[in-house]
Design a binder for this molecule. Sequence first.
Ligand code: ATP
Length: 254
Amino acid sequence: MTEIRGADLKVLGLSKTFGKQQVLQNLDLEIAPGEFVAVVGRSGCGKSTLLRLLAGLDRPTTGGILIDGEPLRQINHSARVMFQDARLLLWRRVLENVGLGLRHDWQAQAQWALEQVGLGDRSREYPAVLSGGQRQRVALARALVSQPRLLLLDEPLGALDALTRIEMQRLIASLWQEQKFTALLITHDVEEAVSLADRVVLIESGKVAMDLEIPLARPRHRGDAACAAIVEHILERVLNPSATSKTTLLSRSF
Ligand SMILES: Nc1ncnc2c1ncn2[C@@H]1O[C@H](COP(=O)(O)OP(=O)(O)OP(=O)(O)O)[C@@H](O)[C@H]1O
């Protein structure tokens, strides 16, 4: 078995305010090394804000983040982020996009990463000739090329068609299983969250309102009754926010 090399993440009393708007409010969350956590919640509940704070791209108003027990004070160098748009440099070849920022042996490393995502034979091409799904594969290769200990995924499959999306979900699941990084996925798709994650976390009123373990073996099949029951349970909870803003930790056996 490969040794777990994922980052250990602790979010303690995290708050973030923009002007008068309190987006995150005393949010606590722990993610163990190598764990895959999906974050869901209504639009505007603060999911991307949380991800930006974890990446060190923004600073909390109060509270803190510990990475392997160390307070995060600047850019999180153990993390890489993948966004909904691939954000590739159109004037650079695919290999250069993936290897950007690497120093030694960058071509071999970028080629390795492209092979991991099934695009080993497209390295000499420019992003413009690739499909949307292939561009997201390049973005995934770029995120994984430096073998990050934490992969932050901000709705990375949101713009893809249904089939490409399923292929990408399978790819992410298999790379996570092989490489053992810690993963945090933001998604609007509860089925996607349940098919990929060890835990699904719901953010509501700036806090973790539900933290549910997904006790399903892998590989998971979205059509399975057990999978569908969990999706239904989460959707019910998302659509029926609690009357109070008090945190409720829901756990239920499926
Ligand atoms: N830099 C910023 N300046 C001011 N307000 C911001 C900033 N970033 C986010 N916000 C506000 O914080 C709130 C939460 O935004 P965030 O993008 O985190 O939500 P989200 O849950 O990711 O939403 P969605 O699911 O629609 O992507 C929104 O009301 C947004 O307008």
